[in-house]
Every structure is written in C-alpha cells, then in structure tokens.
Ligand binder design. Structure first.
Ligand code: KIV
Ligand code: ZN
Length: 389
C-alpha cells in the first residue's frame, strides 16, 4: 500500500442498493439517476448502484448510472452464482470504472441456507470470484455475516477470495452485532493473519441494529480498513447502515486523532440528505447527527447567549461546512433576552432595555402557551407593546 493510500479512506455509498432495500424506500428510475449524480458530484469514490439480477428495473438503473458516470467506480451486487455475476457485469461494464461485488453468507447460520459444507462453500468462493475477475479487473468480495463467522474459516475464505482475484475484501457486520473494540480487533487481526492482505483494500460495512454502526466503521478504519460502506441518512434495512454524513464529518472534525481524508465535498451533504429523504419517503429525525433539523439549532437561553458571543461554545462544526446557511436560534420558552434582542434586530426592530424587558415578558407568556414562536408572533408582540406604550 502506498503512503497516499494509507491516509485516504474510500467512501463506498450503497444508498441505491442496501439503502433501497429498506422496506418502503423504493426509488424510481429517474430518482436513482439523480441521486447517483449527486453522489458523484460530492466526491463519492464508489457508488453501489443496485443489484442487477434483482429486477429488470434494477438492471436498467445500474446500466444507465454506469453509462452516465464520470470518475466514480460504479459497482453492482451479485450473489455467488455465475448468472448473477454475468448480469451484474452486463450492467456495470458501461462505466469507465466498473466493479463487481459478489458475496456469500459465511457464518454457520448463513451456510445452512444453501446447505453447503465449509469445503463446498470454499470451492464456490474460488469459482465465483475467479469468474468475476475474468470479466472485470475490479472485484469486491464479501463474507456476509463476517462478524459471526468462525475466525479460522473467515481467514480461510478471505485468503481464497484474494487468491482468486478479489481486489477489495469487505467485512460486513450484517446484523449490527459487533462493538467498536471488536470491530477494530477483527480488522487488525485479519490484516495481520491473511496472506497478501496488503495487496487488497479492506472495507467495513456496518449495520446499525445496536446504534454502533458509525463507531464500528471508524474503529475499523483506525485498525486498517480503507473503505467505508455507508448510505445517506443511514438509510438501510432494519435500523439502517452507517450514515455517510456521520463518518465523513467525524473524520473531518476529529482529524486530530483520525488523520484520514475522504475526498468528500461536505458542503453538499445537506442537499443530498434532503433529496434522499424526499425520494425515499424516509424523513430524517430532528435530532439526527449532522443532518437533523435541530443539529445546528439552539433554543435554550444559555446556549443562545453563548452562540451569540462565540459559535464555538456550542458547535463543533460550522453549519456552512455541511451546506447550511447558518446556525438557527429558534425562540421558545427556554430562550433568553439575548436571543430575543438578536431576533428583533434581524426583523428590523431595535429596542431599548426597558422596551425589551416588556416584550420579553409578553414573549415568555406566549412561549409557555405555544410550542414554536414564529417571526410573525414576535412582530405581533412588538405591535402590542407599542399600542400599550
Ligand atoms: O449487510 C451485508 O452483509 C450486505 C452484503 C450484501 C455486503 O449488505
Ligand atoms: Zn448490508
């Protein structure tokens, strides 16, 4: 691995594949094309555009995304079956930089489904990864449910996949079972133990069933993974996947302890987050990290006062860095005089201390009765105050 590759973490977005697998998140063909374009514009390295054998619609979407792509690697998913892999390649081959991603469930629970012995599965991995590599120079292989696969068997299957030509080895925590220290330990030990590990990129693919996907992904990177698989807004099956905006901003804000570059233009985060929420129909919770409506909003008096004096008191990122116009200081019953004065000024009304005192009493009375106090409410309070003066 070169020095440059060591510091660079590749961002692999799977909003259009794992994200879309979320029940009810289906997107139309045109919506998928739009999201793929936004992903490419923001600097995503690899776009997993779909699962071409899953449906005619998925095939067409992956093919068209591949045709329109410029710099991003366009990837399609395929089970460990030659027909899946062929169909996947048919769709991605139109990209300047195509990738086939093939996978099989290696844990005891998943091996029982196709009813393959360990040896039979090992042969299947060799055959299918070789098949993919004969079609395409860029092949990713995933042992699904890696975090619940026996250690020796996991190492054995990865070694086979590398020998058969895989260029990226993805380690999925398919059911969000792992914890951060374990995630780091697993990647570190795999890189130490598997022969030729330094010739491939190790990727981390985490699900959020226990709310640890972001922490697990970052821990994996610190241990040597150099590709993070993620989705916009953390969209994905069950509790979702690692959220792209979280890992990217964590690496940006905490570059002091995690010195990795993602190449993402973070100012494009908010726009794509809103578009994904709209087209998928999955609204973002208000307190969601980075992209929630309240992520840069401060209502309490102490916080608002601090923010008006120095934004760093209560914000560790600049809202502009994620594509927002600025911080918001919504007025509510927890707000103080400083924020009310700032709001009045913003609305073009400068008041003296005594006037502010009276308007503030009226404001608190209203805020106790109303969840949100809007600009029109404030203007009405000023009018009422003037009338009584
Ligand atoms: O979660 C998972 O295991 C997957 C694989 C197909 C990589 O999404
Ligand atoms: Zn997944």
């Amino acid at each position: 691995m070169t020095d440059q590759a060591k510091d660079r973490v590749y961002i692999f977005d799977t909003t259009l594949r794992d994200g879309e697998q979320s029940p009810g998140a289906t997107m139309t063909h045109d919506e998928k094309l739009e999201i793929a374009e936004l992903l490419e514009d923001m600097g995503v390295d690899i776009i997993e555009a779909g699962f071409p054998i899953a449906s005619e619609g998925d095939f067409r979407a992956v093919k068209e995304i591949a045709e329109r792509s410029r710099n991003a690697v366009i990837c399609g998913l395929a089970r460990a079956q030659p027909a899946d892999i062929d169909r996947c390649y048919e769709a991605v081959k139109h990209a300047a930089r195509p990738r086939i991603h093939t996978f099989i469930g290696t844990s005891p629970l998943h091996r029982a489904i196709p009813n393959l012995s360990m040896d039979e599965m090992a042969d299947r991995i060799h055959e299918t990864v070789s098949h993919a590599r004969n079609l395409c120079d860029n092949v990713q292989w995933s042992p699904m449910d890696a975090t619940r696969t026996e250690w020796d068997y996991l190492c054995r299957t990865i070694e086979i996949a590398i020998k058969a030509g895989a260029t990226t080895i993805n380690i999925p925590d398919t059911v969000g079972y792992t914890a951060p220290l374990e995630s780091a330990d697993l990647i570190r030990r795999l890189i130490e133990r598997v022969p030729s590990a330094d010739e491939v990129i190790f990727a981390t693919h985490c699900h959020n069933d226990l709310g640890m996907a972001t922490a697990n992904s970052l821990a994996a990177v610190e241990a040597g993974a150099r590709q993070i698989e993620c989705t916009i807004n953390g969209l994905g099956e069950r509790a979702g996947n690692t959220a792209l905006e979280e890992v990217v901003m964590a690496l940006k804000v905490r570059g002091d302890i995690m010195p990795f570059d993602t190449g993402i233009d973070t100012r494009k985060i908010m726009h794509i987050s809103r578009r994904v929420a709209t087209v998928s129909g999955f609204q973002v919770q208000p307190n969601k990290a980075i992209v929630g409506k309240n992520a840069f909003a401060h209502e309490s008096g102490i916080h608002q006062d601090g923010m008006l004096k120095n934004a760093e008191t209560f914000e560790i990122m600049r809202p502009e860095d994620v594509g927002l116009a600025g911080t918001s200081l919504p007025l509510g019953k927890h707000s103080g005089r400083a924020a009310l004065r700032a709001k009045l000024k913003e609305l073009g009304t400068e008041v003296g201390d005594n006037q502010l005192k009276d308007i503030f009493v009226r404001f608190k009375d209203l805020a106790d009765r109303k969840k949100e106090v809007f600009d029109e409410d404030i203007l009405a309070l000023v009018t009422a105050h003037m009338a009584d003066e």
